[in-house]
Write a protein that binds this ligand. Structure first.
Ligand SMILES: [Zn+2]
Length: 178
């Protein structure tokens, strides 16, 4: 094989995170140490229009290495259900079924997770994050994907619970057909 003619894909860490997370670049809040905000601690507005209206701030696509990789690869714990939801979408894109299983309520996690090839995921749009109490939250999202050249749209209202260990887990979701 001739290395010069081999197309090497860029490392995923250097690509925009599949979850579509945006960094809101703003002066760090008092007491905030990190230059790179923790994914999910920054409110990620749902629509591009809302993002462009964030006053006095510039936004950029957050790289996988600074976003979901911190949860999927480095074992950081998601701070809320939305962050977990985003990282789970990314795990679907990257086929990290180990992470999906880890973050799925054992009572509802399918035994055959990952046994079939998944669709080609095109994008995620988180519409709503609704903390119900310390242990329960809802996240509504739209995910777009392609199967056999045809584009589909999945709109789901997902339920998340936080266990005794402090970790959020996906329970189940209600899919709305449209
Ligand atoms: Zn991400």
């Amino acid at each position: 094989m001739n290395a010069r003619h081999t197309k090497t894909a860029p490392h995923p860490a250097a690509l925009p995170c599949p979850c579509g997370g945006y960094v809101v670049t703003a002066a760090p809040a008092p007491g905030e140490q990190h230059a790179v905000p923790s994914p999910g601690t920054v409110r990620l507005p749902a629509s591009p229009a809302a993002r462009s209206q964030a006053p006095g701030k510039t936004q950029g696509r957050i790289l996988y290495g600074n976003c979901c990789a911190r949860l999927i690869e480095s074992g950081e714990i998601p701070v809320n259900a939305e962050q977990l939801m985003r990282s789970r979408y990314t795990a679907y894109v990257l086929e990290r079924f180990d992470y999906l299983r880890e973050t799925w309520d054992p009572a509802t996690c399918p035994a055959d997770l990952g046994s079939e090839p998944g669709p080609q995921w095109l994008g995620l749009d988180v519409r709503r994050h609704e903390p119900l109490d310390d242990r329960h939250a809802l996240v509504e999202f739209v995910a777009r994907y392609k199967v056999g050249g045809r584009a589909h749209r999945l709109q789901e209202l997902s339920r998340f619970v936080r266990g005794e260990d402090g970790r959020w887990r996906y329970v189940d979701g209600q899919i709305s057909d449209r």
